[in-house]
Design a protein around this ligand. Structure first.
Ligand code: LLP
Length: 449
């Protein structure tokens, strides 16, 4: 993954940095005239053929990342977290690569099942499951429902019926703070997810679930946060989860067979940023699990992990056309034909991206520019103070790597700009996975008069 040689020797330092392809899909190659190809398809060709903004998804990179997980976690279940990005093709790739799926709504669940994903390999999450979520889960035969609130126990039991049965897990808050931003830290008691280890909420919920004959408690779940680049918080959380499993055995004589440690595996958005070391995570979680269980006299449960971002993030490239370049005082604003409606992440989490000019070479020296979107607010910034060629101009193409996760899945209808198309590239061919949203789509939903 991402093993590119950068020819730093012949380039100035500025060029070396902007020409760094280490965070791009492994299939990325340099062509002549400043062009880049991903999956053997030139990006400028995609822009011409499919229009912009376009989200380019490298099928080979997604599949390779799935395989890397399977290889790193041979004894665990790897469930792709659909919230990062979902489409029918994605469902197929993940299924063919042998992963399971984590969904958090009837929408994600129905899309996956109607695209052929086996329901028994799907886990349903959510801090507030709607009646429709639960109805779809039971109707389609979802593998596990993760209980996030005591009130769900009676609801699920009643919906299952006296004769029925449903496998469930309980989401536990292990009291570990980790994650790339406050808004995506979920391992401590001051946020809405899960049941607390420290106030006894988790233990109480487990006791109640065990008292419901229709509910089969297969194990425990935790998800401590997202964009985590260090292994340690996972080990601390795992130790606490094993401790709880051992107390459940002591209190109820029940040995839980499964432990789902969630996702959150961090990736680099810019060259040189840290990423979670997957091999180390897998090795050290395994060692911690085996040791902890031996010390507690517990049978080793089956482990599960739920990566979303690390599977699809680096496989996506966002492609924009420059519409205007404005010099104001000290600043250069490069405005493109997308923005916060396709990528709210800089505005929400202060994430920094590394856009790059593609489709032509520039002989101009590097300059500092702020890439902004076309939406009607000043916070619509895609990348502030980045290095771009000094002669950047309208009509140019900008590509933003590491765009595959939580951009399209969080896209909005703001300003009726419409959500971009998703184009899959693979071995020299490009095809539309999700078509661009059009005025027709807006008009169709707008049924009032
Ligand atoms: N499992 C559960 C229960 C989750 O809530 C999540 C993410 C995942 C797995 C996958 O986490 P990942 O491996 O993708 O980090 N919109 C934010 C990220 C929110 C993550 C929500 N839950 C962002 O753009 O950074």
């Amino acid at each position: 993954m991402g093993d590119h040689t950068v020819t730093t020797a012949v380039l100035s330092e500025g060029h070396a940095r902007t020409d760094d392809l280490s965070i791009w899909p492994a299939s990325t190659t340099r062509l002549t005239h400043g062009e880049l190809a991903v999956g053997r398809v030139p990006l400028a060709e995609i822009a011409d053929r499919f229009g912009t903004p376009a989200y380019v998804l490298d099928e080979g990179e997604v599949r390779e990342r799935c395989r890397t997980y399977r290889d790193a976690f041979p004894e665990a279940d790897v469930l792709y977290a659909a919230k990062a990005f979902l489409s029918r093709a994605m469902v197929r790739w993940v299924r063919e690569e042998g992963l399971g799926l984590d969904v958090c709504s009837a929408g994600e669940l129905e899309l996956a099942v109607t695209a052929g994903f086996p329901p028994e390999r799907i886990v349903l999450h959510g801090n507030a499951k709607s009646p429709r979520d639960l109805e779809a889960a039971l109707r389609l035969g979802v593998g596990r429902i993760v209980i996030d609130s005591p009130s769900e126990i009676a609801r699920i039991a009643a919906a299952v019926g006296a004769e029925g049965s449903q496998k469930v897990m309980v989401r536990v808050v292990p009291g570990v703070s980790a994650g790339g931003h406050d808004k995506i830290r979920t391992g401590t008691d001051d946020q809405k997810f899960g049941l607390s280890l420290t106030d006894g909420g988790a233990q109480h919920t487990i006791t109640r679930v065990l008292g419901q004959p229709q509910l089969e408690l297969t194990g425990l779940h935790c998800h401590i946060g997202s964009q985590i680049t260090d292994v340690k918080p996972y080990l601390v959380a795992l130790r606490r989860m094993v401790g709880l499993m051992s107390r459940v055995r002591d209190a109820h004589g029940v040995v839980l067979a499964e432990l789902d440690m969630g996702g959150g595996h961090g990736i680099a958005y810019r060259p040189g940023e840290p990423a979670l070391d997957l091999a180390a995570l897998a090795r050290r979680m395994r060692a911690e699990l085996v040791e902890g269980c031996a010390a507690a006299g517990l049978a080793v449960p089956r482990l599960a992990v739920e990566p979303g971002r690390a599977i699809v993030g680096p496989a996506g490239v966002a492609l924009y056309r420059v519409l205007t370049v404005k010099h104001t005082g000290e600043k250069v604003f490069v405005a493109v034909d997308g923005g916060m409606s396709d990528n709210p992440r800089p505005a929400l989490y202060g994430v920094r991206y590394a856009p790059r000019l593609v489709g032509r070479t520039s002989t101009a020296g590097p300059g500092t520019a702020t890439v902004v979107g076309r939406h009607c607010e000043a916070g619509d910034v895609l990348a502030s103070d980045v290095e771009l060629p000094g002669d950047i101009r309208p009509g140019d193409l900008l590509a933003v790597p590491v765009a595959g996760a939580y951009q399209l899945s969080m896209a909005s209808g703001y300003n009726l700009v419409g959500r971009p198309a998703v184009i899959a590239v693979h071995e020299g061919t490009a095809r539309t996975l999700v078509r661009r949203e059009t005025l027709e789509d807006f008009r169709n939903r707008d049924v009032g008069a």
